[in-house]
Design a protein around this ligand. Structure first.
Ligand code: DGY
Length: 326
């Protein structure tokens, strides 16, 4: 029987590729860059499965370019706003993601951003490297206290709750919004479910952990930024378009809020003009889940899903499960 064929749109861990090669023919984009939409469509033609990244838009045209034999697009990410779920289900194509394995890494990175922004670490690092440090001084690089402050979490899913759990060591008060209340979490962490307005008004540190949906686009905009405390920090390691970046730049410049820590941006890799000139924002290039083990685990889930589907089994982490009933 002819071996199934899989395309991987960018180099991922060799272990994942070697594992997949035991079961199917595998081709990987050899260049360390994202494929253009035209290259993407060309490369996936005739494949039985594809491992995609969040930068690969998988819509009806892409699915049709792959062809009717294509059974699965396995996203190498937990987020899947790059997928058209309805178009895939209509075509009987299975879509999967990699939930669970990146919660610790992403939550830890959220904390890294929060701590770096609160204690002005990148600014201070640059100051030393630029040779400006002339000795200890009592009044420079004064930052924000974290202990016993209020941490606001928008979206208490796997990652949001992990971030909240890590706040225990700082003895923080936790408030959160979510479409669902989580009473056992509230009990365990003394957390309080609040409405969005209270979250904005009371958080000293507001961390966003929402999926990108039409309803969450610009969840933080001009009005919301003006409801936040002047001393508050906004942290975003979810998806860029959840924050109106133009309004955020204005709010940071005018010190409407004290600062921000951003892993994600509205038009990656482009930054809103003016953002990188500000000293009250920490900016890193969408690396929240970038640890060696997490990347391996993400690859293992994606590969395993593909192998299962080729063997006629349901994948472990299907995001359009209606397709399995077809
Ligand atoms: C995800 O998994 O959704 C991240 O944003 C990329 O690793």
């Amino acid at each position: 029987m002819k071996k199934k064929s899989v395309y991987i749109t960018r180099m991922i861990s060799q272990e994942t590729i070697d594992d997949l090669k035991k079961h199917c023919d595998v081709e990987v984009n050899p260049d360390d860059r994202a494929l253009s939409p035209a290259e993407f469509m060309e490369k996936i033609k005739g494949r039985d499965g594809v491992i995609t990244l969040i930068t690969d838009k998988v819509d009806a045209a892409v699915m049709d370019a792959a062809g009717p034999q294509c059974k699965i697009f396995a996203n190498y990410a937990v987020g899947f706003n790059n997928f058209d779920l309805a178009a895939a289900t209509k075509r009987g194509i299975i879509l999967t993601n990699t939930p669970g394995v990146l919660d610790d890494a992403t939550a830890t990175h959220t904390w890294a951003l929060l701590l770096a922004a609160a204690r002005r670490i990148p600014e201070a690092d640059k100051f030393v490297r630029d040779g400006k440090w002339k000795g200890w001084a009592p009044m420079f690089f004064l930052g924000l206290d974290i202990d016993r402050k209020t941490l606001g979490i928008a979206g208490l899913g796997r990652i949001g709750s992990n971030v909240a759990r890590k706040a225990k060591g700082f003895d923080m008060k936790i408030i959160y919004t979510d479409v669902r209340r989580n009473q056992s979490f509230e009990k365990e962490f003394g957390a309080t479910h609040v409405d969005k307005e209270t979250l904005l008004k009371e958080s000293d540190f507001l961390s966003l952990h929402l999926p990108l949906l039409p309803e969450t686009q610009h969840y933080i905009g001009k009005k919301e930024l003006r409801m936040m405390k002047k001393t508050a920090l906004l942290i975003n390691a979810s998806r860029g378009p959840i924050v109106d970046e133009k309004e955020l730049v204005k709010a940071l410049r005018e010190r409407i809020i004290a600062g921000a820590g951003l892993d994600v941006f509205e038009n990656e890799p482009q930054l809103e003009p003016g953002l990188k000139e500000l000293d009250n924002v920490v900016i890193v290039p969408h690396i929240a889940s970038a640890t060696i083990k997490t990347r391996l685990d993400m690859g293992a889930i994606a590969a395993n899903n593909i192998i299962k589907v080729f063997n006629g089994q349901p994948p472990d982490t299907c995001i359009n499960p209606e397709v399995l009933k077809k």
